[in-house]
Design a binder for this molecule. Sequence first.
Ligand SMILES: *Cc1c(COP(=O)(O)O)cnc(C)c1O
Length: 474
Amino acid sequence: MNMDLDQSFLRELPKVDQLLKHKEIDNLTATIPRRIVVEAVRTAIDEMRQMILMGSYAGDPEQILPWVIRRTVEIAQSSTRSNLRRVINATGVVLHTNLGRARLAQSAKKAVETVADACCNLEMNLNTGKRGSRYEPVENLLTRLTGAEAALVVNNNAAAVLLALGTMAKGKEVIVSRGQLVEIGGSFRIPEVMEQSGAVLVEVGATNKTHPRDYQSKISDNTALLLHVHTSNYRIVGFTKETTVAELVQMGREAGLPVMSDLGSGFLVDLARYGLPKEPSVQETVAAGADIVTFSGDKLLGGPQAGIIVGKRDYINQMKKNPLTRAVRIDKFTVAALEATLREYMDEEKVLHRIPTLSMLTQPVKDILNRAQELKQELTPLLDSLTTVEIIPGFSQVGGGSMPTAELPTYLLALTHRQLPAQELATRLRMGELAVVARVQEEKLQLDLRTVQANEIGLLAQMIIRAVREECGS
Ligand SMILES: *Cc1c(COP(=O)(O)O)cnc(C)c1O
């Protein structure tokens, strides 16, 4: 390394104060808080100093100041961007847990907006002027839609299971099939939730087979509950047998024990007509006699994050009195969004179009093809000869740990660039001004149009063009 050269380069590094007075930097402070600009100046200078010291700066000394200014602007602007921001979901995973699961219906979004910057009757009965319950706006809708006697809503389904077990079985035994001791993403494991709730887990059967007699042999004076867990995120195929909720109810009645069913992705409309696997709905599970049914608000229901508990009034009332309910209670945004979402279900015809999760799952494949063609048409005239765009058939997923075996036929826009690896394109799209998350398969960047909204096509095209040109242009 040439020490003299280093020194002369280092002398060209601007001072923080000096840079802050520079017109371009000073202009930034009109829209960006000064402390962020100062931090950006420091970071940019440090980056250049490191490059010089490592001998990796290859430019002229006169170019140092302009580089630091450009870099400062870049850093300052990017650090004012929201950390949580909009993403275009081109993965084809309808309920993408990392992308916020369900998108709300327009009506639910409006309901959230209404209560956001105004007061609302969250806990006031406007007829009497007295204290009301925050659960009331959704309780009635839930009982009407599911056929259950009573309902309660908490922060998420994990909390719903915890609260139900803690209320119905604390210090007592809960019998569960070995095949249902599931882990659902981010460390929600039935045995651990059971432990937290203070209930004692009694496992029965083998991983692939559990018979009614397995439960019967474990029922004792210490048993408080028979639990059925919907194995939402995996399937044991082949030589299998699970005891149904109806069979558990039969046994429970004989032994005087309640039955709880944790459905995970509870849904209210039968999606089997649209080619999705046949699974028990919330209504069917209630009708089968389950005393308590728990499910998520933001999986197949297509609403806000919530844990919905429906079932027999006695048990729901006991849960409402449990101090844990206060710790896992929902806020006004959840009440607002959930009420609006549930109201959509009162109209069975329109609900499939109004709840984005349902419309993405049931849309005709030709509509997806149309969107793929529209995107291709926007892109083709703007891309250079290095890029190839084609439309290929593929499969989307339900996601959110729901219906893992469902294969939803879809169309993908596949993009290949002769000099850019697909992974690099995916990274650029993810880091673009409007983030786009896509898949990479067979060395192609693949965009699944099932989860892209019709009004996102133009924006998506722009972001793709930018990602491709970034390297060719600069
Ligand atoms: C997803 C799921 C949960 C957890 O629900 P969250 O709403 O994510 O807390 C619990 N049980 C089952 C069976 C699930 O599928």
